[in-house]
Ligand binder design. Structure first.
Ligand SMILES: [Zn+2]
Length: 333
């Protein structure tokens, strides 16, 4: 091959290469943009799933093999399999909430564990290990209540409701109040439906959680008045904000999480407000009905105002013996 022919061949190859580069770099059509969005979403999901599968549960707890149950695969029997299977069976007795929450957790490959270590919590969802932990010392129906509580947190997580440093600290506290209020409203609705099908134990077990019993009372009052589950669930949501104990507790937890994380990451603090429609999807029930918490005054209030109002409300309760008798009957007996 002479030099002229070789030069021609090289130019042809260069032309072909540049054409192929242009086609890759060409502006994406609207369907391409959508496709890119989908891939990104899948990648994020896969990233979570892969990172969870590879996580060493032994770091969470050396005896994890004896304590945990995998929601997405066959399990080797251990000392807690029976308890967790009992909980799963009970959970599904109210399939509208139970099956939905369980399918979300399975989709996340969440591991269910019974934790014997004593601390102040009754249960937790640890995102790092993707573990839902229930404390061993709780009774079966108390465990079931906490199970539903943490499962709802997982479903909130998949909808984008979780702690982050992307917004102002007060906004993150406001979000934590809302997600806890929604969780408790769903737990109460679940307990009520179980009672309606003759399994009273879940409703009754709520009396074991004295700091939450007023929420069940409000739910019951509304359902007896209107017979409307949506209204009653909303009443339970609103009631969450009326306890000084709850508001103080979650204020402190959220505040420390935010400050510690900021310290760890050395990121610059942001002061962004949550988007206007941020809470629109928070209070959607598994049947797709929205019980409307995003329209409540409470969800829009600043944490400082909520704290102030909860204090006034708790003081009023303290001075009202009827309320005292109503909310703490077991203590007065
Ligand atoms: Zn919670």
């Amino acid at each position: 091959m002479n030099i002229r022919k070789l030069n021609k061949l090289v130019s042809l190859i260069m032309l072909l290469i540049s054409l192929s580069l242009i086609s890759i770099a060409a502006p994406a059509s609207s369907s391409d943009i959508e496709e890119v969005g989908k891939v990104a979403e899948q990648e994020i999901f896969q990233y979570h799933a892969v990172s969870h599968e590879n996580v060493d549960l032994g770091l969470w707890y050396p005896q994890c093999q004896e304590r945990c149950y995998f929601s997405d695969r066959e399990n080797v029997e251990n000392k807690n399999t029976e308890t967790i299977e009992k909980l799963l069976k009970l959970l599904k007795k109210e399939p509208r909430i139970g099956n939905y929450l369980l399918s979300v957790a399975k989709g996340m490959h969440t591991v269910f564990c019974i934790d014997e270590r004593d601390d102040e919590t009754r249960g937790y969802y640890d995102f790092k290990y993707n573990i839902l932990g229930l404390k061993e010392h709780l009774g079966l129906f108390e465990k079931l209540i906490i199970f539903v509580h943490e499962l709802r947190h997982i479903s909130q997580f998949t909808k984008g409701y979780y702690n982050s440093l992307d917004y102002d600290i007060e906004e993150i506290i406001r979000m934590n109040f809302a997600i806890e209020a929604d969780v408790q409203a769903i737990v109460t609705l679940y307990a009520w439906r179980m009672k309606e099908i003759g399994i009273n134990e879940v409703w009754d077990a709520q009396s074991g959680f004295s700091n939450y019993i007023d929420i069940a009372e409000e739910f019951e009052k509304e359902i007896k008045r209107s017979g409307d589950e949506v209204k009653a669930t909303n009443a339970a949501f609103v009631q969450w904000y009326k306890s000084k104990w709850r508001v103080d507790k979650y204020y402190k937890c959220s505040y420390s999480w935010y400050v510690d994380r900021l310290d760890e990451t050395k990121l610059i603090q942001k002061y962004l407000k949550l988007p206007e429609n941020f809470f629109n999807k928070l209070c959607v029930l598994p049947c797709e009905k929205n019980y409307g918490c995003h329209r409540s005054d409470e969800i829009k209030e600043t944490p400082q105002n909520i704290t102030k109002k909860a204090k006034q409300y708790s003081n009023k309760l303290h001075h009202n013996s009827d309320y005292h008798f109503k909310y703490f009957p077991t203590r007065l007996q």
